[in-house]
Design a protein around this ligand. Structure first.
Ligand code: SF4
Length: 277
């Protein structure tokens, strides 16, 4: 039996950077607030709460410097933090910032801005703010028909699937005269998805680790389900079940961008103990 961890599994550059910024700020300030959970991983959020990072949902709860997480926030949130005389500690991923800049640019150039992504995702909500809330959000090739404009500019949530983005752009191109597209899908996501797909194809069972609230982990799980016989999405090793590995010769593991390496290692070791025990 072979257990293999996919390349590029786990923390991406932007998440790693946000964690480092939080660690540094926690050493510097007595209290620190994070506008929403620092990353979409309940175990890491809990660990940081113990270190003194308070998760707030509204700025009314802020009582110290405010950490902006890797997903970013709309411009009005920066303004509001400053208005309240609080310090901003900005951990927005530089790739997300780039997508925000493109959204703004398209808006200023007079395009009807379309964001390919998940309406409810904080990154998309932030992008919307850079278009003064005029952009439309679509998330499938089918929904492309809802866009009625002659000049359309598109940006993409950084963690979307390349395939679906491509298909959606194809649909838009069929009906829109002037189409300007910024492919803002981040490299890390593409590489992680590609490695997961390849590993899933040669695995009997795929284990996908990451927060159930993590969009990029859920996408990885979809990819693994499509490409392997069995796939399971877990947050920690405690959810593993021995039955999943019955008659499996090749077991693959991958993990979303907000999964720390120590959780990946624990899952690997638990599977090894289960299948050998
Ligand atoms: S997935 Fe990419 S864009 Fe998103 S935080 Fe990580 S590095 Fe940044």
């Amino acid at each position: 039996m072979k257990i293999e961890i996919a390349e590029n599994a786990g923390f991406c550059y932007g998440v790693m950077r946000a964690i480092e910024i939080a660690d540094k700020a926690l050493r510097e300030y007595k209290s620190l607030c994070s506008f929403g959970p620092i990353i979409h991983n309940p175990q890491v959020v809990e660990e940081y709460q113990k270190k003194g990072l308070k998760v707030i949902e509204s700025l009314d709860e802020a009582d110290g410097p405010v950490l902006v997480r890797s997903h970013g926030v709309p411009p009005k949130v920066y303004e509001e933090i400053e208005k309240r005389g609080l310090k901003v500690i900005d951990a927005t991923c530089p790739f997300v910032k780039e997508a925000q800049r493109y959204a703004r640019q398209l808006y200023e150039e007079g395009y009807k801005v379309v964001i390919f992504g998940d309406n409810e995702h904080p990154e998309v909500k932030a992008h919307l703010g850079y278009t003064d809330y005029t952009a439309s959000v679509i998330n499938s090739p089918e929904s492309a028909s809802s866009i009625k404009a002659s000049r359309v500019g598109v940006v993409c949530q950084t963690t979307q699937s390349v395939e679906r983005f491509g298909l959606t752009i194809g649909e838009l191109a069929k009906r829109i005269r002037e189409l300007k597209v910024f492919n803002t899908i981040c490299d890390a996501t593409e590489k992680r998805q590609k490695a997961a797909r390849e590993l899933a194809r040669r695995s009997d069972v795929m284990i996908v680790i990451g927060g159930k609230n993590s969009a990029n982990t859920r996408k990885l799980y979809e990819i693994c389900k499509e490409n392997s016989k069995r796939a399971y999405h877990i947050e920690t090793e405690r959810e593993l079940e021995r039955d999943w590995f019955e008659n499996a010769e090749n077991i693959g593991i991958t993990a979303g961008a907000s999964t720390p390496s120590y959780i990946i290692e624990r899952v690997y070791e638990s599977i090894r103990d289960m299948v050998n025990g």
